[in-house]
Write a new protein. Structure first.
Length: 615
């Protein structure tokens, strides 16, 4: 009964893999400039108005810092809050200015790229037209006022080039900033055609010959290298920095230990930023997003050399962008967030999580012709492909090499290697277990019978499959059910190795298997093994269940009392849990979306969904 309900719910609520989606994240689409919020209070993020937006960066709390023509804001949940700069029309006199003040008393002049310190959540901003690097104090909640200060740089209209401490350092249109785990900052100093390093308030040049006119395209070491308008940065790790070398149409990499520069991707139009996710580099390239997997460059979203504004939930190539400036990745939502300056909005582009192959066997040392059950524990997989070598094996019980669970017998003595490939829209992943199954000779023993059923709680309408697990090469089988009110299904009989049975009456059933080989017979009995109930239509329709908090980290609260609770992941994997005082411990779950299916004390099914996020 319970299993029947759970299966029905899985059919209704099972998650399916979706294509990449391009949707509006924040802003109201228009072309031009002059848009503004006009308030420091909450404004619904998709109703707000931005003017020539540039930067976007997600902090450790999942909040998004954004910059536009005259201010700096933070998106918390579904609302945007201006935290710095002028709140009026950005074309007003004095809207673009410089002031280290609190909140909207502060002033910026075309703030560009921004980044959040990974430990402190302090935000750092490239104040491009002021040629400064600015900082804003940590935000704990949406009512916090942000105190703005200057980290380094000398304010000037045209900018300059000088290494030094604090105000002795000079920049020329700094465009982007990246922060290592130890707090070291790196800046793409666009008009100086170089990459700068900031430790504390001390600025130095690590790649490129700074100063106007010193542009070029040279991969060497230190100041011998040349860039041409570098605009975007991304730290793969604390030793590897990617650079969007815009006017050279390339993505380059800097080894931060040796200062060696190499070209990673060529053939781009005007790349302004990039991120690397799951081994793929996603590149903001003019009015589209392109992807480099290490061997080939492909179009990921939008259309080359084609501007417009189109969202798409089915085909990312049907989407259209204006001029894309920056791109960031949020692992909690598995999405890219891009600044679509040409449309004055921020867009969200989902990424298909990579498939991860994994599997287990119920036994690894068996005798010839004994059944081994392999179960896929893969995640994010659309298709599966099993491979077993050598090929002296037989798939039994109707399983195929693309099934989630396969049943296999092995004919020859020796070791077998098992491989599983999991595939989805982002590619394939392979798991190999070498010499995983070891098969031995049949001796002079009688069979060692054993079996299990695919369900032990059923209704009178269910078909229950029995899986033989006997060792020592049984040649014949005899199944007995007590009481005998059963009907064999799908052409199977009581002498089949894998019978399928429908129980004709409610109650408890004892199951017995007699297995025989040339040495004799043995018997295995399981008393009251199957519990059968009468199906009631009133139990099939799912009701909703109250779950909180949602998202949750370690503890999930569930309202009501239940005698069965199951958590189902997006890959179909099921875990049975218990609730103690209305609480379920979910600390061992990986981040993602889950469904809960439960049977209450009235025998009715309820269902709900929740999001698990890290601490």
């Amino acid at each position: 009964m319970i299993k029947k309900i759970i299966f029905s719910l899985l059919c209704v609520f099972a998650f399916t893999a979706k294509a990449q989606q391009v949707t509006l994240f924040a802003g109201s689409q228009y072309v031009g400039d002059g848009g503004y919020s006009g308030t420091t209070g909450a404004v619904a993020k998709t109703s707000d108005s931005f003017s020539i937006p540039w930067g976007i960066a997600v902090d450790t709390a999942g909040r998004f810092w954004i910059t536009d023509q005259h201010n700096v804001s933070i998106i918390i949940g579904n609302n945007n809050y201006v935290k710095g700069g002028y709140t009026g029309n950005p074309t007003d006199p004095g809207a673009a200015d410089y002031a280290d003040k609190t909140g909207t008393v502060s002033r910026f002049a075309n703030p560009a790229g921004c980044a959040v310190h990974p430990q402190t959540n302090i935000v750092y901003v490239c104040d491009a037209d002021n040629n400064l690097i600015r900082s804003g104090s940590q935000v704990r909640n949406n009512t916090d006022q942000v105190i703005w200060g200057t980290v380094c740089g000398k304010r000037s209209f045209l900018g300059g080039y000088a290494d030094g401490v604090g105000t002795n350092a000079e920049f020329a249109a700094p465009q982007d900033i990246a922060i290592a785990s130890n707090g070291t900052m790196y800046v793409a100093d666009r008009d100086n055609n170089c990459i700068r390093k900031i430790v504390g308030t001390t600025v130095s040049t690590i790649a490129g010959l700074g100063g106007t006119g010193n542009n070029g395209d040279v991969n060497e070491n230190g100041t011998s290298e040349r860039f041409y308008a570098p605009t975007g940065l991304f730290l793969i790790d604390d030793n590897t920095l990617l650079v969007a070398d815009r006017n050279n149409g390339k993505i380059k990499s800097i080894n931060l230990s040796t200062k060696d520069v190499t070209t990673v991707v060529t053939g781009l139009n005007m790349p302004t930023d990039m991120v690397k996710v799951n081994g793929t580099i996603y590149i903001a390239d003019a009015n589209c997003i392109r992807a480099w997997d290490g061997t080939k460059l492909v179009l990921y979203a939008g259309k080359l050399n084609t501007s417009g504004y189109v969202n798409s939930t089915t085909d990312p190539l049907a989407a259209r962008f204006g001029s894309i400036t920056t791109i960031d990745y949020d692992p909690k939502t598995l999405s890219l967030y891009v600044t679509d300056m040409g449309n004055n909005v921020f867009r969200r582009v989902t990424i298909v999580a990579p498939a991860v192959a994994d599997f287990t066997a119920d036994k690894t040392s068996v005798s010839a012709n004994q059944v081994v059950t392999f179960t896929s524990n893969s995640s994010n997989a659309n298709t599966l492909a099993w491979n077993i070598t050598p090929g002296t094996y037989t798939l039994v019980n109707g399983s195929t090499l693309s099934s989630n669970k396969i049943y296999v017998t092995f004919q020859n003595v020796g070791s077998y290697t098992v491989e599983l490939t999991a595939t989805n829209g982002s590619g394939s992943n392979k798991k190999t277990r070498t010499n995983y199954i070891n098969v031995s000779l049949i001796g002079s023993n009688k069979p060692a019978p054993d079996f299990y059923a695919d369900k032990t709680s059923a209704t009178v309408s269910d078909v229950v499959s029995f899986i033989d697990q006997s060792g020592d090469n049984p040649q014949s089988f005899a199944w007995t059910f007590t009481p005998n009110t059963v009907t064999f299904q799908n052409g199977t009989t009581a002498s089949d190795r894998f019978p399928k049975v429908k129980f004709d009456a409610a109650g408890k059933y004892t199951v017995q298997l007699v297995a025989t080989n040339t040495n004799g017979s043995n018997t295995k009995s399981k008393t009251d093994y199957i519990t059968v109930t009468t199906a009631g239509l009133e139990n099939v329709a799912p009701a909703s269940i109250a779950l909180y908090p949602n998202p949750a980290t370690n503890i999930l609260h569930i309202d009501g009392e239940y005698h069965l609770i199951q958590i189902v992941a997006t890959n179909g994997k099921i875990a049975t849990v218990t609730a103690e005082n209305g609480q379920i411990n979910i600390s061992d779950l990986t981040d993602g979306i889950y469904s809960i299916y439960a049977i209450n004390n009235e025998g009715k099914a309820v269902t709900g969904r929740f999001i698990k996020l890290g601490n």
